[in-house]
Design a binder for this molecule. Structure first.
Ligand code: IKT
Length: 362
């Protein structure tokens, strides 16, 4: 495949690591990135090391309140006109991409990327989805601007897939190939379940059980942790979004740094049902997150139980090595699915695709 020019919306943990991982893969050129305050565009290829260094531990890369509402609501960012009006950088007051030599301040980061999108093959939406329809609305804006290319997201929640399906005609008309849920779960592990299911003529159950150790990666992944907290008993997406950082610290402290999740609303279920593999209700996702250790607290597995054509019942299990990090297992697949999206887009396949519909590129 020819060189793929891609953009990243959001420079939180996932956006930053996607840029980083792309440096280690063939055929990928990052040409644009944005966060809530700024945008960087270079069609010759961004200087990723400079961008990563400038945005490291930087507040605009991950919203402090855990939501990207500022981008989500109106496509604009809450730019502080008093600190850096008209895109003029003022050192010491910079945040996120604006701190990079390649960045400039903007009140309309997503629109600025859309304005460049004629020369962009694929856009990775790496923003927290703490408003369910946020990513679908971002997709809609690209379609309304008649973008022809690929959108990829790493969303988690099952209910969002229907919101994307509702917009499928609009996406098709524009020439968009939308690959949804293309991280680890949903994503990599959904794809693994689809492969493991091939031995069977009937699938009874899919069990996804993940382990993540996030001590050194914790700062970079605050958005993901907040999204996970919304799955705990007694919490939901609204309460998690409203929590202060101190409240999150308290909750983590109460659990001695280890959070366990069961029956998460993860889109692996509807995505496997959409691909004809099993009923959504037969898919279960859970896992363990340890924010005090980099070791995985449990081995990540996908177990698919079913019946073969000749009447045997069996369980095929796919296992990730404990040595591979969440960063590797989310961002590698996200870029792999991005490449698959481009391959399909160039072949004229438009619409909404899940990770069980496509084999990721490498
Ligand atoms: C995700 O980002 O896809 C979901 C996160 C779990 C990642 C699993 C990685 C497993 C591994 O590396 O072994 C979490 C639910 N936020």
């Amino acid at each position: 495949m020819d060189d793929v020019r891609f953009a990243v919306l959001g420079t939180g943990g996932i956006g930053r690591r996607t840029l980083d991982v792309s440096q280690h893969k063939d055929g990928l050129t990052p040409v644009a990135a944005c966060d809530r305050n700024g945008v960087a565009v270079d069609h010759g290829g961004l200087d990723v090391p400079e961008l990563l260094e400038a945005t490291e531990g930087n507040i605009a890369s991950e919203p402090r309140d855990g939501s990207d509402d500022d981008i989500a609501t109106d496509g604009g960012a809450k730019a502080d006109a008093g600190t850096a009006a008209d895109g003029v950088k003022q050192h010491g007051e910079e945040a996120g991409i604006v701190a990079s030599e390649q960045g400039r301040q903007t009140a309309t980061p997503i629109d600025d990327i859309i304005a460049e999108s004629d020369a962009i093959d694929a856009v990775l939406v790496a923003l927290p989805n703490l408003e369910h329809d946020f990513i679908p609305r971002v997709a809609e804006r690209f379609a309304e601007a008649e973008y022809e290319g690929v959108l990829v997201d790493v969303l988690k929640r099952s209910r969002v897939i229907g919101m994307l399906d509702d917009r499928e005609d609009l996406l098709r008309e524009s020439g968009i190939t939308f690959v949804c849920g293309a991280g680890a779960t949903p994503g990599f592990l959904t794809g693994a379940a689809a492969l493991a299911a091939q031995s069977f003529v009937e699938v009874e159950e899919v069990e996804i059980w993940w382990g993540v150790g996030l001590k050194s990666g914790y700062e970079d992944n605050r958005g993901t942790v907040r999204e996970d907290i919304a799955h705990l008993d007694g919490y939901d997406i609204e309460t998690a979004r409203e929590m202060s950082e101190a409240e999150i610290e308290d909750l983590i402290e109460d659990h001695d740094g280890v959070l366990e999740f069961h029956d998460m609303e993860h889109a692996d279920d509807v995505l496997l049902e959409r691909a004809g593999i099993c009923d959504a209700e037969d898919v279960h996702v859970g896992g363990v997150l340890d924010v005090r250790s980099d070791e995985k607290p449990t081995t990540t597995t996908v177990s698919v139980t079913g019946t073969t054509f000749d009447g045997e019942t069996g369980t095929n299990t796919f296992e990730l090595d404990d040595a591979t990090s969440m960063e590797a297992n989310v961002n590698g697949p996200a870029l792999g699915y991005l490449k698959a999206g481009v391959r399909n887009n160039r072949a004229g396949h438009y619409g909404v695709f899940g990770p069980a519909d496509l084999m990721p590129g490498f």
